[in-house]
Design a binder for this molecule. Sequence first.
Ligand SMILES: [Zn+2]
Length: 414
Amino acid sequence: MTRDFLADFAEMSAFGATARNGLDRLAGTESHRDVRAWLTELLTEQGFEAQSDAAGNLFWLRRIAGDAPFVLFGSHLDSQPKGGRYDGSYGVLAAAHAAITAAGRLRAAGRTPRYNIAVVDWFNEEGARFKPSMMGSGVFTGKLDLDAVLATTDRLGTSVRDALDAMGARGDFVLGPVAGYAEIHIEQGRSLEEQGITIGVVEATWSAHKFEILVRGDQSHTGSTRMADRKDALLGAAHLVVGVRGICAAFPEEALHTSVGELNVFPNSPVTVAGEVSLLVDLRAPSDATLEQAGVLLRAAIAAAEAASGTEIEIVKVNTWNSGPFLERGIALVERAAEESGRTSTRVLTLAGHDATNVKDIAPTALVFVPSVAGITHNEAEYTRDEDALAGVEVFTRVVEQLALGALDGEPAR
Ligand SMILES: [Zn+2]
């Protein structure tokens, strides 16, 4: 039975839907649990078997090659708060549809695949509820420690372990080494749209360094405490936010992206000078050298913010993802798949991190983009046109078929 992708996508987008057509489906919440159950039902009907690993990654397995290893396809079903419907979710459903179709085609053609096929929803890719982002794929690829991840808490003190147990998502399944991985995702930029091209083939990823920072001041009364006596943590944070933006000025235009996207103020009370502020500084660049230099400037900005506010500012933790190329043979495979589907393609960089960024370091990996209208993302207005969404599924189906046939055999991870 052929399923209608757009109808399934509309149905899937109802889980965690916002009033303005967006998505609010944080990792490990009820709507995340429910959308997984919905997709499990869909895929079980198609002969897939659902299995969770210890980090809350959910795999749907389709055995078409006996005891052979798996090739893996997927993305993430969690979203940002008031995020869009496409980021991650499009890729998981596209992988599911492509896997169903590819398995059917291989059988109909009487071809013996070399590998079994699995679809995955990586846990907590967004990092909106639990830090760091790309958490499930980080554990899967050995970059993050499982116990440390399970002990990580959200803003309300709920741990990953408890969130996973509450949604029945902590299993003991081990997929084993995968023979290949491919992911399809919305571009989240506007280069494809500007060029009028349907398929982006990612050739390299930007690096990201994320600094968890704590500003320590002294909690006091907003009225009665003398100005000279204040150590205002929010003032220190404000200086740092401005300083972080200023780091870009030391580099050529668009060579470095910086932001502070999260700010937690304690006690966040109207008549109390903030005693403590935690924030997350996010630095990204195409080159590791740029990020190293930006890190030095960040430390200078921290010292300046301390001096201007009388606070102490500490870097509590740094999470880094280094830049790197994707496998040339994987790129060529996607380009061929696009051509065979009669679609235009071009090579692009990914500025955002994706689970494929992690997996490419342990298995031959390809990452495919479809256009985002106006590049809008992490926003309820995020949109990919239906014809582009469908073209992506079509191209990705060929990628799935080729990987199952062993098209990336003999390749190192990268
Ligand atoms: Zn994403």
